[in-house]
Design a protein around this ligand. Structure first.
Ligand code: CA
Ligand code: CA
Length: 335
């Protein structure tokens, strides 16, 4: 219920404060029997729709652009998120015959991390940049959400993490972890439980995650452990179902592209005695990855139909560049 009131509040506020602008053109024009809303977007809108747990009927009229951008830049862990239509609970009927564009962009320029530790200390320097963009989210359902795209859905998520200089001076029994993570997730259409989803037109999803690190120096003495890990992860999905039964039909074009890149430059590692140091891209639990999927039926039994007119392309690319790493090892050292 809170979400309903927030939405109404937003519309009211904007209508009152900036009546000459047309960016809140998705309006409530009626209600449905279970307390949901009938919402029609009939002009350019940059707010999008966040409705409630009733069964809503949401329509974006022909030629109408609905878009939303969340672009952020900071120096510590942060999230940028943009969802155009968030229908939440209830058996929502959503039809797009206009254009839906979601763009989430996160840029982190991490500060330098310099640590000098003696004795039995632990230190952790972790920075994560997260960007998540979704075109249409049907949310939860009792029976099913029905989502039809007859227009354009274009979703872009970009996460860029630039590490500062990492310099570690460790002595004795010391543990230090420095991780840099960039996650970018772009989804065209999704729903949580049961969904009937039809694409008759175009869905383009693009995710890009990149981490640039570390112009660093690591000096480790005795039984110290130092780990520096960088992990970019990009996921693009055209249509994804939920945990229940989904019926997904594609008679249009779905194009999903995911790109991840890690660049590590000019590192110098000096290790003495029983030191253990790791400098890596990704880990076994959290690997570097780029994943592009046209249609994912989600969990449970589902049906996917790609008609003769349907065209699906998915392209994922991961690249890692390691440049000029200097290692100096003495005695019983494991790298
Ligand atoms: Ca709803
Ligand atoms: Ca729903």
């Amino acid at each position: 219920m809170g979400a309903i009131f927030r939405w109404v509040f937003w519309v009211t506020m904007l209508a009152i404060s900036v009546p000459m602008q047309l960016y809140a053109a998705c309006q409530i024009v009626g209600t449905t029997p279970d307390g949901g809303y009938i919402i029609v977007c009939d002009g350019p809108d940059t707010i999008g729709v966040a409705s409630g747990d009733g069964s809503d009927i949401i329509t974006i009229n022909t030629g109408v652009p609905v878009s939303k951008t969340d672009q952020q830049s900071t120096n510590s862990t942060a999230t940028a998120a943009a969802t155009i239509i968030n229908a939440q609970g209830g058996d929502d009927q959503i039809t797009n015959t206009g254009s839906v564009r979601a763009n989430a962009s996160m840029t982190i320029k991490a500060e330098d991390f310099i640590a000098t530790h003696l004795g039995n200390d632990e230190t952790n320097a972790s920075v994560a940049g997260i960007a998540a963009a979704t075109g249409i989210d049907g949310g939860r359902s009792t029976l099913k959400n029905s989502i039809t795209n007859n227009g354009m859905i274009e979703v872009t998520a970009t996460s860029t993490v630039k590490g500062g200089q990492i310099q570690l001076e460790l002595f004795d029994v010391t543990k230090a972890d420095a991780t840099l993570t960039a996650n970018a997730t772009a989804t065209g259409i999704k729903g949580t439980d049961n969904n009937e989803i039809v694409n008759n037109s175009t869905i383009l999803v693009t995710s890009t995650a990149s981490v640039t690190a570390w112009t660093g120096e690591v000096n480790v003495l005795d039984q110290a452990t130092a780990n520096t890990t960088i992990t970019p992860s990009a996921t693009s999905t055209g249509i994804t179902g939920g945990t229940g039964y989904d019926r997904i039909t594609n008679a249009g074009v779905i194009s999903a592209t995911a790109t991840s890149n890690a660049t590590v430059s000019i590192g110098e590692v000096n290790l003495f005695d029983l030191a253990v140091a790791g400098a890596g891209i990704g880990t076994e639990d959290v690997p570097m990855e780029a994943r592009a999927t046209g249609i994912n039926a989600g969990d449970a039994g589902s049906k996917i139909v790609n008609t003769a007119a349907g065209k699906i392309t998915a392209h994922a690319e991961s690249s890692a560049n390691l440049e000029s790493v200097v290692l100096t090892l003495y005695d019983f050292t494991v790298v």
